[in-house]
Structure formats: structure tokens, C-alpha cells
Design a protein around this ligand. Structure first.
Ligand code: ATP
Length: 343
């Protein structure tokens, strides 16, 4: 099911939680809404679900204007961070719940409901656990039951709000891979909210980066990581460093000194680069300064280098080989190999 979010504004007591948000989701896509706390991810997900109504703007499911339709009319499956399973029901009963509460005319026969519940449990790889109660399952298993339950109503779209947020790091990683496989098998249009960039980059076909109620960038993981289109996206996704520079006559200056880098447009700007995108240049380095601290990562080292003048120092972190002379006080010269200016 395609979903089109068109110029949505959402106010809570006049406070705008979303401004002018537009997004096209393709049928079968796995989309991550990624952003810091309060950026509006959950609000956007709830608007798509029909749990909130927009102050302005419209939401289409295919060609159907769903803006003011109820959750049931939209036929969406929802999974929340905290497993909202019914404690007094078995796993199979939980999965079947959405079907058993249907009006009699639309309710499948009992045997059919049971068959569907078992089939779904098989799909989420929990066959054999149908008679257990939620408190007899691990956190990861409970979230898979929640997903099976959301799927039972044959939703047109699956909406997941931090589905793995309450689980420990190892289980999260396993479930992440599992969800990607599950999605590839079932092909449901899926939108999930996360504030974990690793989760978004690994899982999603496209990542929607949000900040302060707006969409900053929509793109593949490669787009948002390799080609961030704003200082916010550059700093929010992955590690980055940035320095204040000026461009004059096409040459980039830092603290009045030429860096050897050139740019098309003159003016004051910030130069952004990733710590790993630097070379320790022997010839024609751009930046030189003393190492103020360093720490070892698995196969490499991160050095913090002080640049600029001592009264207005700028600190940047760069990645250097383990054999580089990067102890405190030693002087490093480097050149960013990939960088971007924001004016
Ligand atoms: P988090 O990662 O913390 O869940 P989020 O990106 O999902 O954050 P939202 O929950 O969508 O952010 O909230 C966006 C803004 O809207 C926040 O400033 C929040 O305080 C506000 N907000 C959300 N729901 C309501 C509500 N029911 N009433 C008033 N303000 C709300």
C-alpha cells in the first residue's frame, strides 16, 4: 500500500509538533523515521495510523483520502515499544485477538482463526510456544508475538514505534536482522520509529531524518550517511567534525590561513568531514595542531587535535592508524579527503 503524507501540520495546544511534513512511501517499502527525542517521529507515525488527526494537510492510502478515517478503517497493524500483550491470554489467543473481536459477520470461524494464528506464529518463528503466556517468554519473543498479532488482521501497513527499544543490545541486533528478513518475506509496507541511527541505517530501504517537527532529509542509508544535505544530518548521523572557515576567491581559509582546499562559493561557512575521511598529509597539509587526547578503537585510533589559535581553539577528532605518532602533545597534520561546506 502506498502512503502519501501531504503538507501535514500538527499542533498540540497551538504548539506545532509537525510543520509542513510531506512524504511519499512506496508500496512494500521499509521506512525508518529517525531523529532525536521530540523531533516528531511518533506524532507522524500516529497520524499515519489514525491515532491522531492532522491540524492541516492530508494523508492518502493509495488514492483514498484517509486523513480523517479511524484506525480500523485504515486497517493498520501497530506494534509499540512496550509489549502490549494481554497477560491473561496465551500466545495463540493474543495473536488471534484482532480477529476474535471482529463483528460476527466478518469473523472467520474458530478453526480458521486458530489456523491463522498458528500460521503467523510459524512466520515469526515461534511455533510450539502457542500455549505459553506472555510472562513465559523472553522480551524478543514477546515483540515477535506482538508483530504476529499486528499481522493477523492482514493490515495494509505495519507501523512500529521503537519496537526493540526496551530490549538489550544483543537481542535488538538479532531482532533487527530478523525484521529485515521478515519484511523481505512478507513485503508489507512498514514504517518504524527509532532514535537509533545504526538500526535505521541497517534496516531501512529509506531513512527519514527528522528534527524539530520537520523532515531534514529522506534517502537511502548511503544518501543520508555519505551525502548529508544539512549540518544537522551530517552531525546527527555518524561521527563528524566541523570547523569555521571562510571562502575568498575560491580558496578556503581557516583562522586566516589558507587550507589548500578550494570551493565554488565565497563566504563564511562550516567545513564538515568524517573522522575517518582524512589523510595524514606529509605534503600540503590543510590543518596542523597538537594532539590533546587519543583513544584506541579496535583496529585504529581516534586523536583529538587542537586547531586554530590558543585563545580560540577548535577541537576535532580524526581517525589515525595505530602506528601514527599520536601521543598527547605530538603534532599532527592532516587533510580531509571528503568534506562538505555549509554556508
Ligand atoms: P521521542 O523519541 O522522545 O518519542 P518523538 O520524535 O517521537 O520523540 P513526538 O513524541 O512526536 O517526538 O513529539 C513531538 C513534540 O510534540 C514534542 O515536543 C512533544 O512534547 C509534543 N507532543 C507529542 N504528543 C503530545 C500531546 N499529546 N500533547 C502535547 N504535546 C505533545
Amino acid at each position: 500500500m502506498e502512503i502519501r503524507v501531504e503538507k501535514i501540520r500538527k499542533e498540540f495546544d497551538l504548539y506545532p509538533a509537525l510543520h509542513d511534513v510531506s512524504l511519499d512511501i512506496k508500496s512494500g517499502e521499509l521506512i525508518a523515521l529517525l531523529g532525536p527525542s521530540g523531533s516528531g517521529k511518533t506524532t507522524l507515525l500516529r497520524l499515519i495510523a489514525g491515532l491522531e488527526q492532522p491540524t492541516q494537510g492530508r494523508i492518502f492510502f493509495g488514492n483514498e483520502d484517509a486523513s480523517y478515517k479511524s484506525v480500523q478503517e485504515r486497517n493498520v497493524g501497530f506494534v509499540f515499544q512496550h509489549y502490549a500483550l494481554f497477560r491473561h491470554m496465551t500466545v495463540a489467543e493474543n495473536v488471534a485477538f484482532g480477529l476474535t473481536v471482529r463483528p460476527k459477520a466478518q469473523r472467520p470461524p474458530k478453526a480458521e482463526i486458530r489456523r491463522r494464528a498458528l500460521e503467523l506464529l510459524d512466520m515469526v518463528q515461534l511455533s510450539g510456544l502457542e500455549k505459553r503466556f506472555p510472562n513465559q517468554l523472553s522480551g524478543g519473543q514477546r515483540q515477535r508475538v506482538a508483530l504476529a498479532r499486528a499481522m493477523a488482521i492482514e493490515p495494509r501497513v505495519l507501523l512500529l514505534d521503537e519496537p526493540f527499544g526496551a530490549l538489550d543490545a544483543k537481542v535488538r541486533k538479532e531482532l533487527r536482522r530478523w525484521l529485515r528478513e521478515f519484511h523481505d518475506r512478507t513485503g508489507h509496507t512498514t514504517v518504524f520509529v527509532t532514535h537509533d541511527q545504526e538500526e535505521a541505517l541497517e534496516l531501512a530501504d529509506r531513512v527519514v531524518v527528522m528534527s524539530q517537527g520537520k523532515i531534514e532529509q529522506v534517502g537511502s542509508s548511503d544518501d543520508v550517511y555519505d551525502r548529508p544535505n544539512s549540518p544537522f544530518v551530517f552531525s546527527f548521523i555518524g561521527e563528524s567534525a566541523n570547523l569555521p572557515v571562510t571562502v575568498e576567491g575560491g580558496a578556503v581559509f581557516f583562522h586566516g590561513a589558507p587550507t589548500g582546499l578550494s570551493a565554488q562559493r565565497d563566504g563564511a561557512a562550516r567545513l564538515f568531514f568524517r573522522p575517518q575521511d582524512v589523510s595524514l598529509a606529509q605534503e600540503g597539509p590543510c590543518f596542523t595542531g597538537p594532539v590533546t587526547s587519543s583513544r584506541r578503537l579496535a583496529g585504529t585510533r581516534i586523536a583529538e587535535v587542537e586547531l586554530g589559535s590558543s585563545d580560540q581553539p577548535c577541537h576535532v577528532e580524526i581517525e589515525v592508524p595505530l602506528d601514527a605518532a599520536a601521543s598527547n602533545g605530538s603534532v599532527l597534520s592532516f587533510r580531509p579527503t571528503r568534506w562538505k561546506l555549509f554556508y
